[in-house]
Ligand binder design. Structure first.
Ligand code: NAP
Ligand code: G4F
Length: 346
């Protein structure tokens, strides 16, 4: 039997890279769709040494005919919709664009699946951001949604569209409600990578201070490599349903900063409060981190912690990387990049 063909939208992102590697290792033909940009966006695929094994096609999620044309040309067996304007902070200043790409983009694809490749399996990248102002702790598949950003609202639209296309048209489509997942391939605008890169720059070059926003927000952080494995498992499982993917542990942004500092051999003392708070290097007295209200969000998601029991029971999926080890891996990668003057992702 010929190898299965997987179409990955958002292949140039963090998850796109790890998922490509996983599917190639399983013998899939992997086709990645990329939007037109002015630069070379394939550094993550190069990093994982999969670039030469992927076929690329051009697809902009805001273009109906482009989306449909790609499905007609590729005729995928499995579709992983990872493409999104995925940065919550920017969704407050670009709400309409975010909704077009992150919300209606998923609908465009599903309409394409329904009319062009109705037997294809479809994975949608849903998010714990949909829980927002959480109605239950921990959050599970049964927890009510209450999004707190234009991004969260757009993802919730996509999430319910998947449910509707499954029930109305019998499509094999499902969503993974993924909690925050990170790696050395994470974008530098997100808090974890911003912190590990910032700490590496401070440790090796004395650069700083690193300016951050809300230190008290809590997140359930796992490793992206584990989470793309859950995506694949979901599409191999019947009956088709949605799953929470999380570690079940939660930590504050402050904890993450301390862990990253410690991985660089730096001990921090916190001084001040609120907008005037800062972290001082105990050994030198230098300011390493300072709070900048510019990084606060108009409405924040204060606490995320997922209950991955259903994924464990049905998919036999469990996270394999502890946060402490994830932070060490990210710091080590950024120390290497900074020391060799090779910082990817800018
Ligand atoms: P990411 O690194 O930001 O990647 C997003 C991808 O979407 C990139 O390949 C980007 O292309 C592409 N894209 C953006 N706008 C597009 C457009 N208009 N048309 C076509 N492609 C477009 O995100 P990630 O961390 O890999 O996350 C993958 C998916 O999971 C996203 O949908 C995200 O919202 C969701 N998610 C992520 C997490 C997490 O913690 N990482 C948690 C839950 C859900 P460029 O390279 O050209 O920008
Ligand atoms: O790393 P973040 O930007 O991730 P956020 O907003 O939780 O969203 C990520 O995870 C979602 C899943 O829950 C995904 F759907 C989404 O696509 C994305 O991958 O921020 C984490 C926390 C927030 O509470 C934020 O307010 O860190 C806080 N924070 C504090 N200072 C900061 C900063 N976030 C960023 N990006 N930059 C700061 O300086």
């Amino acid at each position: 039997m010929a190898n299965k063909t997987a179409l990955i939208t958002g292949i140039t992102g963090q998850d796109g890279a790890y998922l490509s590697k996983l599917l190639l290792d399983k013998g899939y033909r992997v086709v990645g769709s990329m939007r037109r940009t002015s630069g070379i966006g394939t550094w993550r695929l190069q990093d994982l040494q999969v670039l030469d094994e992927i076929e690329f096609t051009s697809m902009e999620l805001t273009e109906d005919s482009n989306v449909r044309g790609v499905l007609e040309k590729i005729k995928p067996d499995e579709i992983y919709n990872l493409a999104a304007q995925s940065f919550v902070g920017d969704s407050f200043t670009q709400p309409i664009y975010t909704t077009q790409v992150t919300g209606i983009g998923a609908l465009r694809l599903l309409e394409g699946v329904r009319t062009v490749v109705p037997t294809a399996k479809f994975y949608q990248a849903s998010t714990s951001e949909m829980f927002g102002k959480v109605q239950q702790v921990p959050q599970s598949e049964k927890t009510a949604f209450y999004p707190r950003s234009p991004y969260g609202v757009a993802k919730l639209f996509a999430h319910w569209t998947v449910v509707n296309y499954r029930e109305a048209y019998g499509l094999h489509c499902c969503s993974g409600i993924l909690f925050n997942h990170e790696s050395p391939l994470r974008g530098v605008e997100f808090l974890p990578r911003k912190v590990t890169l910032g700490m590496a720059k401070y440790a090796l070059r004395g650069e700083g201070p690193l300016r951050v926003g809300n230190l008290e927000a809590k997140r359930d952080w796992g490793h992206a490599r584990d989470y793309v494995d859950a995506m694949w498992r979901m599409l191999q499982t019947t009956p088709v349903m949605d799953f929470v993917v999380a570690t079940g542990r939660t930590h504050t942004v402050r904890d993450f900063v301390e862990m990253a500092a410690s991985a660089c051999g730096i001990s921090l003392d916190w001084q001040g409060t609120g907008h005037n708070e800062m972290a001082i290097d105990r050994a030198t007295g230098n300011v390493v981190v300072s709070v900048d209200p510019a990084f606060y969000r108009p409405s924040e998601v204060d606490l995320l912690v997922g209950d991955p029991s259903l994924a464990k029971e049905v998919l036999d999926w469990s996270p394999t990387v502890r946060l402490e080890d994830l932070v060490s891996e990210m710091v080590e990668a950024d120390m290497h990049r900074v020391s060799s003057n090779h910082v990817s992702g800018f």
